[in-house]
Design a protein around this ligand. Structure first.
Ligand SMILES: *[C@@H]1O[C@H](CO)[C@@H](O)[C@H](O)[C@H]1NC(C)=O
Length: 474
């Protein structure tokens, strides 16, 4: 098989993550950034047991007695009297068994005869408080409710299990669920002895311009200057074609469907936002050799613009034509109301609590200028509620930072790790605030068992966590 064929197939695989409806270009590119951690190699043969716990739909309204069933997984193969409880906190994804059957957290549980638990976040997977995701129904989707679910879970799980009544509890999480670990310790310090937060964004911010800077940095550091220039020049050339009334050429190169309207800013922004998100997906999940591989592909073309156009086309699975229209995106998120779509749920959380829109607002990144914050805030307004204007979303982020302390969460006994090439890390703590930054690593790179594949820094971080867990359980 030719190298091109191989690249094309890999890109198709990248693009073909399971979904029950064809995902529009833009939605898919965002969704790739919000998957759960990759499945871990499973060491244990134990079959985790699925449990369900009754939770209040609204923990903060006494008069509302409605409840829902929250799902969790338990691996009790090491359980004995007084076993510590090692909880991995679920985020904006469906839970799956490998997280309690392998990896570093599993190894630590084994060392301490711990019981492993994976909790599911409300509105994701099968933990569904409402029968539709209408905007009205999504009002119970809030991190404060999810943290209260977790507190109630810990209390109930201990009370109902005679072996665990006086057990110590530890939390771990990745990405948004790592954020939850930090905030849980802030709100309910007495319920856990310690925790591990891998890649936790803590500062809510509407216009998250730093994200694409780190994506660019990852391509520069691992792929080289030539690759970085190819991306920067290719995107700039495509932008120029649209700006200089040569849209027909750009449309042909990118194989855009006929309904794409280059006079509609929202269509143009969706296109360029989606293209940049392909690079984000690669940087956020990169393992050794990935970026080099895609850079070789990009550099195999004769010119910059066609390299980018072909790259985007293959990343989208080589359809008849590409449809990155804004309208398609809005329709998808509205379809999500009755289909309980998790992309819709997460998008709602960004509008209502965090922002974190990965825009082209910085000039220090190679992905051009054409995906401003307005693209993302318009979507909030069009798919949820017209009250979600720019001002309202800024207010929401200010509220979140007030509630949880932003970059000063003031918590003890939480080990915070980040990859230096994880585009999320600028929203999290740095070394000055006690975090461990692992060079060359990406998002949630440190969940696997200690191994000879680990860089020295990676290994040191995992050993530091192991040491801390011993201290917390002593
Ligand atoms: C409780 O602990 C005992 C040992 O102290 C163990 O034999 C038993 O299996 C544990 N119970 C469960 C449900 O795992």
């Amino acid at each position: 098989m030719s190298a091109f064929g191989l690249v094309a197939i890999t890109l198709v695989l990248l693009a073909s993550l399971a979904s029950s409806r064809d995902l529009p270009f833009f939605v898919k590119s965002l969704r790739d950034l919000h998957r759960g951690p990759p499945q871990l190699p499973m060491k244990s043969r134990a079959e985790p047991v699925t449990g369900w716990i009754t939770q209040k739909i609204d923990h903060f309204d006494e008069s509302n007695t409605d409840t829902y069933q929250m799902r969790y997984l338990v691996n009790d193969e090491f359980e004995t009297e007084g076993s510590p409880i090692f909880i991995f906190v679920g985020g904006e994804w469906e839970i799956e068994p490998s997280m309690v059957k392998g990896g570093l957290w599993y190894d630590l549980a084994k060392e301490h005869n711990g019981v492993l638990v994976y909790t599911e976040h409300r509105y994701y997977g099968e933990s569904l408080p409402t029968t539709t995701f209408s905007t009205e129904n999504l009002k119970y989707l809030h991190v404060k409710q999810a943290l209260a679910d977790l507190a109630h879970f810990i209390e109930t799980f201990k009370a109902e299990n005679p072996n665990l009544t006086n057990s110590k509890v530890l939390l771990s999480g990745g990405s948004y669920s790592a954020t939850m670990v930090v905030w849980f310790k802030r709100l309910y310090p007495e319920l856990i002895v310690g925790g591990w937060a891998s890649s936790a964004p803590l500062l809510a911010k509407l216009n998250f311009v730093e994200y694409k800077e780190v994506v660019g940095k990852a391509f520069l550091e691992l792929g080289g200057q030539q690759c970085y220039n190819r991306i920067q020049n290719g995107i700039a050339e495509l932008e120029e074609l649209f700006d200089n009334k040569r849209a027909a050429e750009a449309r042909a190169m990118l194989r855009l469907c006929s309904n794409f309207d280059e006079h509609n800013d929202l269509d143009l922004w969706s296109l360029f936002g989606s293209i940049s998100n392909i690079f984000s997906g690669i940087a956020q999940t990169q393992r050794e050799g990935d970026i080099e591989f895609y850079c070789n592909y990009l550099l195999s073309f004769d010119d910059d613009a066609s390299a980018i156009a072909n790259f985007a086309y293959y990343a989208w699975g080589s359809p008849n034509c590409l449809d990155p229209t804004y309208k398609e995106t809005v329709e998808y998120y509205l379809w999500g109301i009755n289909n309980l779509d998790e992309s819709r749920a997460w998008y709602y959380q960004t509008c209502n609590e965090y922002g974190w829109y990965q825009t082209s607002g910085s000039s220090n990144q190679p992905f051009g200028t054409k995906f401003p914050a307005t693209l993302y805030t318009e979507l909030c307004s069009d798919v949820f509620d017209h009250q979600f204007g720019n001002e309202k979303i800024v207010e929401n982020t200010v509220q979140t930072n007030e509630d949880f302390g932003g970059m000063e969460p003031e918590v003890e006994n939480i080990y915070v790790t980040h990859g230096a090439l994880d585009p999320w890390h600028p929203m999290g703590l740095g070394t000055a605030e006690g975090a461990t930054i692992i060079s060359k690593a990406s998002h949630c790179n440190d969940f696997t068992s200690i191994s000879s594949q680990d860089s020295e820094e990676m290994r040191a971080a995992k050993e530091r966590l192991s040491e801390l867990v011993r201290e917390w359980l002593a």
